[in-house]
Design a protein around this ligand. Structure first.
Ligand SMILES: *Cc1c(COP(=O)(O)O)cnc(C)c1O
Ligand code: SF4
Length: 355
């Protein structure tokens, strides 16, 4: 595992020394309304030097984080309103009938400056207890309509192979049919932590998908691709949930390289998220008009396999909605008219005539 480097408040003007630090500094406190720095030596090394700016923006705190805009919410997805067991297990979120979410730990190896769950991540509480996992397992046993459980956080892969096996094993015994989806940034921020042992645990808990977060092709290093291969080679399907971030990847060429690289690493680009209205992240948000421009260009450049769905979580907990640009232009005289990726119009009958 790459050692953890934490830092509170001010960041040294020449931060590069951090990547060479032997021991590192652990973050201890959480700033009121702020989000403490945390990084890994591995990621800071990738972020150093020419071309590293898109990575530095994701890990180095900036003064822009103090900016507040109207409409921002600490819990933009309204997750705290959808806790079915607030007393016994506040880690369980059940927002959609067929899918539930279990926040396994609040620990992350790196604090993404764009984090949308910063009210929870890095909170210093630590992993869920086995008791909480057990309560969640009971809840799932009684609700066969829940087909899928997202295991997220924080970063679930930081709890270690043994603990992860314990927790996933409980869910699996309660519900042999349950589809598990484990979300992690470890492959991008500390790929060495995704050991063969951890990959074995994930492979043995199937049906299970791993969902990773790569936001820039520079994060897809040889080590990152090896970590992903440890999963895919063991039959664990992997998908990527990227976030559209100003100054990081708000450029069709950057996203094209990212999604192409992921597809080559056998990782399916699943979502491209529009930034949530989280306080401290306004400087990362990309206007929707620009987002659509980028997505239209990606449609020209990438195959369907390499293309994610552009989506947003409606502020206030309204759920996820696709933000795809409008292909349907109008309906007229029994025909639907569409505009294709190259701007040409085509039509399709509204209703087939059968005789
Ligand atoms: C995103 C999300 C899900 C899963 O949504 P999918 O569209 O299936 O990926 C489930 N629960 C919550 C609370 C979510 O935010
Ligand atoms: S890995 Fe996820 S939860 Fe952790 S800091 Fe990054 S965005 Fe937030």
């Amino acid at each position: 595992m790459s050692r953890i480097i934490g830092f509170c408040r001010e960041f040294p003007a020449d931060w590069r020394w951090l990547a060479g630090e032997k021991e590192g500094i652990r973050d201890s406190r959480k700033e009121p309304g702020g989000y403490p720095f945390r990084g890994t030596a591995y990621y800071l090394a990738q972020a150093a030097g020419r071309g590293g700016e898109p990575l530095r923006r994701q890990v180095i705190p900036s003064a822009a984080e103090e900016e507040r805009r109207s409409g921002e919410l600490t819990d933009p997805l309204g997750e705290d309103r959808w806790k079915p067991l607030p007393g016994a297990c506040p880690r369980l979120v059940h927002r959609y009938p067929s899918r539930a979410l279990f926040l396994l730990t609040d620990v992350c190896r790196l604090h993404c400056r764009h984090c949308f769950r910063r009210r929870f991540a890095g909170g210093g509480v630590g992993p869920a207890s086995l008791e909480e996992a057990e309560r969640t397992a009971d809840y799932l046993r009684e609700r066969p309509e829940v087909k899928e459980l997202l295991v997220s956080g924080g970063d679930p892969l930081t709890v270690g192979a043994g603990n992860l096996a314990e927790v996933l094993g409980r869910f699996r015994r309660a519900r042999p049919d349950l589809i598990l989806r484990v979300g992690s940034r470890v492959p991008a921020v500390d790929p060495g932590e995704l050991t063969g042992e951890l990959a074995e645990v994930l492979a043995g808990a199937g049906p299970l998908w791993v969902s990773v977060q790569f936001n820039h092709s520079r994060e897809l290093t040889g080590e990152a691709r090896e970590a992903l291969a440890r999963l895919v080679d063991r039959g664990v399907p992997v998908l990527n949930q990227a976030v559209l971030l100003r100054g990081v990847n708000d450029d069709p060429a950057v996203l094209e390289a990212l999604f192409q690289g992921l597809t080559a690493a056998r990782v399916k680009p699943y979502y491209l998220f529009q930034g949530d209205l989280v306080p401290g992240t306004a400087h990362f948000r990309v206007p929707l008009e620009r987002g659509w421009e980028i997505v239209r260009e990606l449609r020209r450049r990438l195959s369907g396999l390499a293309r994610p769905l552009y989506a947003v979580d409606l502020p206030g907990g309204g759920g996820k909605v696709p933000l795809e640009p409008q292909w349907l232009v109008r309906e007229e005289g029994g025909w639907y008219y569409f505009r294709g990726p190259d701007g040409a119009e085509g039509r399709y009958p509204a209703e087939e005539e059968f005789s």
